[in-house]
Design a binder for this molecule. Structure first.
Ligand code: PHE
Length: 437
């Protein structure tokens, strides 16, 4: 009896392994097929605490793929997006990427937004040698997972330094408080990089307070901050909590401006924070008010497609990531994952909606940031801050570069013409511009 069931098991196992081989068209590498639709996996949060992030990602990719397909596809083949909702949970992110890789056998993966989720899923893509491009995860560690992991946005060592410089140089702040999300790699990294640069500029952090994404009451932390009386309050979190924090800070009579980064960006931010956000400042990836024709064309097409919703930074970065992937497939002349990876690594001076995108040796993009002031439910453009230079001695950016990478082409908007090194973030040029660019 025992023997019969064992051999039955063997037969089943054998049969299913044949079935697997068939399904892969006889190729072992993902994406080796030469005809039929090109499957691209996309993952993000559609139903959790950061559902705006997944929604915008899906919108941006869908729009890019439609444009590409209407224009004839990639070497005659159409792009298909397979989207998976990870509910904004790191474990779920790893699970859905495993499915996309093993079951759907996608050629490449786009996602996530929150760095913690990208960090959870990237090892799966790396292991399977399926290229993954995160449009918007900014924590330096994400692309350090391996040579199949890319991003098309700047990193937090730059972004954190941008806000520290803005605080010290533009707002003349001498002291700052930090209110950060303890479970978020993004928040922890931003705190570290802000503090490093703010200290370097002679500023002092007077208190650090923590919260988690499930908190709804921040008054304890805000009361402690009020007692420390800082010039500015750095809140490197996501829109869901930041909106509420702004309201409660106002209720407690706190006057110091709140400062933050890209994580604030979502259409829902103003629903949650309303006028309490007036006078706050944040860094972000691009401005919908940028008068350049390519930005204006993108904004108009997106609004038309999505019922008047303006494309936030995530939507724009997702669109750029999709376009960069398509461009790499075209240049590779193949959808073989390794060839696509190699072509991605060669990306130089790609004209994206969010700026000129060159992939450096750490597989990151080096790009300027914009700073907004929040006023009456609007993001009012203040400054563009570009990474500059070659000054590798200006202390730090420890996590940015595993391999002491050399200078890639400088982003188009960086007027200095200096090659941006991986430690570029420590040295920024401020082009003050109080009107719309
Ligand atoms: N940069 C954030 C992170 O790494 C994600 C994010 C990007 C959020 C852009 C909003 C806008 O976690």
């Amino acid at each position: 009896m025992k023997r019969t069931s064992l051999s039955l098991l063997l037969v089943v196992a054998l049969l299913s392994s044949f079935a697997c081989e068939r399904r892969g068209d006889g190729t072992s590498t993902a994406g080796g097929e030469t005809s039929g639709p090109i499957k691209v996996g996309v993952y993000g949060d559609l139903s959790g605490q950061t559902s705006s992030f997944g929604q915008s990602t899906r919108n941006g990719v869908a729009m890019a793929f439609d444009e590409i397909n209407k224009a004839g596809g990639i070497n005659g083949r159409q792009l298909t997006m397979l989207f998976e909702d990870d509910q904004g949970q790191p474990a779920q992110a790893a699970t859905v990427v495993t499915k996309l890789v093993n079951q759907d056998r996608v050629v490449a993966i786009l996602g996530e937004v929150a760095s913690t989720n990208s960090l959870a899923a990237a090892p799966v893509a790396q292991q399977a040698k399926v290229p993954m491009i995160t449009p918007s995860s900014t924590n330096p560690k994400v692309t350090q997972v391996g040579d199949y992991i890319f991003r098309v946005c700047f990193t937090d060592d730059f972004q954190g330094a941008v806000m520290a410089k803005f605080a010290a140089n533009t707002l003349k702040a001498k002291t700052a408080a930090v209110l950060g999300d303890v479970n978020s790699d993004y928040s922890k990294g931003m705190t570290q990089f802000f503090e490093q640069e703010f200290n370097r500029l002679g500023g002092r952090i007077v208190t650090k307070q923590a919260y988690t994404q499930t908190d709804a009451d921040f008054k304890g932390q805000l009361t402690a901050i009020r007692s420390a009386n800082p010039d500015v309050i750095f809140v490197p979190g996501y829109y869901g909590q930041v909106g509420v924090i702004a309201k409660q800070a106002k209720e407690l009579g706190i006057k110091a401006p709140l400062l933050g980064g890209d994580g604030w960006d979502a259409p829902q931010l103003f629903d949650l924070g309303g006028e309490a956000l007036n006078g706050a400042y944040m860094a972000n990836h691009y401005s919908i008010d940028d008068p350049s024709p390519s930005v204006q064309k993108f904004v108009a097409a997106y609004k038309q497609r999505y019922n008047g919703t303006a494309p936030d930074a995530i939507a724009a970065l997702a669109y750029d990531a999709a376009m960069i992937l398509a461009d790499a497939m075209r240049r590779a002349g193949s959808t073989d994952s390794t060839k696509v990876r190699d072509a991605l690594a060669q990306t130089k001076g790609f004209a994206g909606v969010t700026g000129s995108i060159s992939i450096n040796e750490s597989r990151d993009a080096v790009k300027p940031a914009v700073v907004f002031e929040l006023q009456n439910r609007k993001f009012v453009y203040k400054e563009t801050i570009s990474p500059s230079g070659s000054d590798a001695t200006a202390g730090a950016a420890p996590a940015a570069s595993p391999a002491g990478a050399t200078a890639p082409a400088s982003p188009a908007a960086a007027s200095t013409g200096a090659g941006a090194t991986t430690s570029a973030n420590t040295n920024v040029n401020t082009n003050t511009n109080t009107t719309t660019p």
